[in-house]
Design a protein around this ligand. Structure first.
Ligand SMILES: Nc1ncnc2c1ncn2[C@@H]1O[C@H](COP(=O)(O)OP(=O)(O)OP(=O)(O)O)[C@@H](O)[C@H]1O
Ligand SMILES: [Mg+2]
Length: 365
């Protein structure tokens, strides 16, 4: 296999995880253990090392530092196999400083290895929160499109300034707002274009992965909802200008691409109103696997896939389907479960690496 994969990791002072070396195989890795023993913590450590942040909201150094630590420093050391060669990725984190190293050299810019974290709650949030959906798309587009990330940052900085002006209303604030709108309109147009392209590209994979994983003949679609699609800079600027009276009363910007949304459809019906929890879970998993396919085929990015117990809501047959899909996917997967029947299914996979965690220690590796 030519994709980068994690061969081993050692963490010191990270949550309840012991400092034993944990080794992985390049295919499917199953992490078993009872509730509260450290399965998710292992995935979180890997995600933290790669993305420099937790998958959890508002989780900073004090939360991830082991309660029982003697020194308040977290150390990560790992070995990845990249194009057949061993490379080390390590990090040292304390309350006031953090540093990352790739092959012993300070890591600058983008991490050469990537991972996707699949969380059991993401599906629920995706179907219930427009903020989550917006963030989901922004983060997933940003992961491969640095320009999108920059434009988005630019947009949010300008928006923040605009909102401060609207809230405080200093003298001549309207002149300043019109100057900001010039930039907002320009950046909005580019962001909208990129969102449309992304949605277009992922759509095919989305339908295909749903069919490949769940072998069902349903039509899945996601529609990008923006009132500014296809507009010119000038038209966007005029819309912002037209809404200024409302913004002045509200004290913030009510209209713009920061309010855009994405609506998932299932057989032509809005998934929010129509889908069961299981169907939502299947749709969400298909979307995330579609994203992984898109990364692989279009951008030649091969992430390690971290799946944290997603067994809830899926019946045995659909679980089986998901496992069969993972078996044929040529990427490294780390999957956790505390669910006994799902564990039994996973144990049947030939050649999978099994890891048993108890009280933060690796009992079997
Ligand atoms: N900073 C910390 N220091 C020490 N232990 C911690 C820290 N943060 C969390 N823990 C412990 O980690 C354990 C939870 O680990 P984790 O979430 O990985 O469990 P899990 O095996 O995934 O369980 P489940 O099957 O319920 O999801 C808890 O026992 C908690 O007390
Ligand atoms: Mg867990």
């Amino acid at each position: 296999m030519s994709h980068p994969w994690l061969e081993k990791i050692k963490v010191v002072n990270f949550r309840n995880i012991s400092s034993d070396v944990i080794t992985f195989g390049n295919g499917i890795n199953c992490i078993f253990g009872d509730n509260g023993n450290g399965k998710t913590n292992i995935l979180e450590a890997i995600n933290f090392l790669i993305h420099k942040k937790s998958f959890r909201k508002n989780t900073a150094f004090p939360q991830i530092l082991s309660i029982d630590c003697e020194e308040s420093e977290i150390i990560f050391s790992s070995v990845f196999v990249v194009e057949g060669e061993r490379k080390t990725l390590s990090a040292k984190i304390s309350s006031d400083s953090s540093s990352w190293f790739y092959n012993q050299e300070p890591l600058r810019g983008k991490n050469p290895v990537s991972c996707i974290f699949i969380n059991p709650f993401d599906s629920y949030h995706f179907f219930n929160s427009s903020t989550f959906r917006r963030k989901w798309f922004d983060e997933h587009i940003s992961l491969w499109d640095v320009d999108y990330k920059k434009k988005l940052r630019d947009y949010h900085q300008s928006l923040k300034f605009r909102n401060t002006l609207l809230a405080k209303k200093p003298s001549y604030f309207l002149d300043q707002i019109f100057a900001i709108d010039e930039n907002l309109a320009n950046v909005s147009k580019l962001i909208i274009e990129k969102r449309c392209i992304f949605l277009n590209e992922i759509s095919d994979f989305y339908k295909k992965t749903f069919k490949a994983i769940f072998s069902e003949e349903n039509d899945l679609e996601i529609q990008y909802e923006s009132k500014m699609i296809g507009l010119t800079d000038l038209e966007i600027k005029n819309i912002l200008k037209k809404n200024i009276e409302k913004d002045k009363i509200l004290g913030h910007t009510a209209y713009g691409i920061h309010k855009d949304d994405y609506t998932p459809y299932f057989n032509g019906l809005r998934s929010f109103d129509y889908c069961s929890l299981g169907q939502q879970k299947m749709s969400y998993l298909s979307l995330i696997f579609a994203y992984i396919e898109l990364l692989r085929y279009k951008y030649r990015v091969y992430p390690v896939v971290l799946i944290d117990d997603v067994s809830g809501e899926l019946d045995k047959e659909r679980w089986g389907n998901l496992i069969n899909y993972l078996k044929i996917c040529k990427y490294q997967v780390l999957i956790t479960t505390a669910n006994e029947s799902f564990q039994k299914e996973l144990e049947k996979i030939n050649g999978a690496t099994k890891i048993l965690v108890a009280n933060g220690r690796i009992l079997k590796n």
